[in-house]
Ligand binder design. Structure first.
Ligand code: PEP
Length: 250
């Protein structure tokens, strides 16, 4: 049985005071156990504080990006080994904001995914179509291209210790959540693609939905066969909103 993962992507938000109150609130309010894992993705400067607050807890943490190079003259960048040094379990790869605002290509995303795996981090590969692509009936072609770039590099075995997040770009930060039917259809497409390569890996692969998930829509989304949790942006910045999503898991 796949465990549900509810992952909070804080993006470029936070202060030390906010990190303290958010994490203390999550620690106080999340019931341990059940079939749910929680994870948070703070900005780099708050990883040390996150590690200090969460290290004895069941809540995991990760980073929002990494540079695929091990070390060297890359001013402003952060490597996989640095993330491990701060106890990260996960790292996002190919979030749509990285792809659109910072020009990360499919090949760049594959580089990051590969470097994360090699270091022992669990990458969360983000894929998803723009509104224009959906309206042109290109959703499956786009998602297929984004997955294939990583599969060609790392093979299906690269997904034994990885997560996929389907995040339609038009639903991120817009309040326009994909309907459970729309999301399930793409999740099934993704799982079928993996199933054609390795049915065991496909059966174990966690596929998260991301795009305006909140306490009111999470239960319907997470009830779908191929939706194994959520990657949550805005609603992960408030204790009660994030816990409402966590508590929506049946
Ligand atoms: C995200 O940042 O991955 C995301 C899904 O954001 P939001 O929940 O705010 O749409």
């Amino acid at each position: 049985m796949r465990r549900i993962l509810v992952a909070g992507n804080w993006k470029m938000h936070g202060t030390q005071a906010m990190v303290k109150s958010l994490l203390e609130g999550l620690l106080a309010g999340s019931q341990p156990g059940g079939n749910v894992d929680l994870a948070v993705f703070p900005p780099f400067p708050y990883l040390a504080q996150t590690q200090a607050l969460l290290q004895q807890s069941p809540i995991a943490w990760g980073a929002q990006n990494l540079n695929p190079v091990a070390q060297g003259a890359h001013t402003g960048e952060v490597s996989a080994s640095m993330l491990l040094d701060f106890g990260c379990r996960y790292v996002l790869a190919g979030h749509s904001e990285r792809r659109t605002l910072y020009g990360e290509s499919d090949a760049d995303v594959a580089d990051r995914f590969e470097a994360a795996l090699a270091a022992g981090l669990e990458p969360i590969l983000c894929v998803g179509e723009t509104l224009e692509e959906r309206e042109n009936d290109e959703t499956e072609a786009v998602v297929d291209r984004q997955l294939t770039a990583v599969l060609d590099r790392c093979g299906v075995s690269g997904f034994q210790k990885a997560v996929v997040a389907y995040e339609p770009v038009w639903a991120i930060g817009t309040g326009m959540t994909a309907s459970p039917e729309q999301a399930q259809a793409v999740h099934a497409f993704i799982r079928n693609k993996f199933d054609s390569l390795d049915d065991i890996i496909a059966g174990q692969l966690r596929i998260l939905y991301g795009g305006s998930v909140n306490g009111s829509n999470a239960a319907d989304l997470f009830a779908r066969e191929d939706i194994d949790g959520g990657l949550v942006g805005g609603a992960s910045l408030k204790v009660e909103d994030f816990l409402a999503i966590r508590n929506a898991v049946a």
